[in-house]
Design a protein around this ligand. Sequence first.
Ligand SMILES: [Zn+2]
Length: 192
Amino acid sequence: MKLKGLEKFNSLVESFANLPTIGKKTALRLAFHLCMNEPLEGMKLAHNIENALRFIRPCEQCGALSENELCEICTDLERQRSLLCITQSPKDVLVIEESQSYNGLYFILNELDENTIQRLRKMIQNMGVKELIFALTHSLNSDAMIFFIEEKLKDLNLKLSKIAQGIPNGVNLENVDFISLRQALIFRTHID
Ligand SMILES: [Zn+2]
C-alpha cells in the first residue's frame, strides 16, 4: 500500500519493512507512531541509528562489536584470559554475555581462511590463552571447522572443548534459553 503524495512517509515505512522480523503492517504502525505521536522519540531513534552506524565496528582483535580499536572484553583485565570462546557471529557474544555464564574472551570466526587463523593465533599468543571453547551451531560444517583449527594450531598445545550437546542441531545460539546455554558451557566436552 502506497499513499499518494506521501513519498517521505512511504520511504520510512519501507525502511522499517526491510528490517528483519518487521512486516508491512508493523512498519506502517511504527512510521505512523513516530511521525504523529512521538516525533521526539523519532529524532532520538534517527540519531542513535546514525551514531551506532558511525562508531560501532568489529574489535580488531576478536571481531566482537566495539566502539574502539579493542572491545571492552579484550581490554577487561578481570576476565579469564586463559579461556577463548569461538563463536560464528558477534551476536552470539551478546547472547553468551547476557547469560552471565562465561567470563573468558571471545573470537568471532566468520571466515575460515589463513588470515583469520593468523589473527586467532596472534590473539592466543598475545593473551596467553590455554583453552579454546567452540560455541558453534552444531552441523557437519562446524565439525569440519573445529578439525581445521585443531590442525592449524596443533603446535600451541591448547585444550580444546565444545559446548555440550544441549544445543539442538542447526539451532542458532540466540534462540537457546540462558539455562541451556549455561549448562552447555559448564558441561562443555573435551575434544581429543
Ligand atoms: Zn575484542
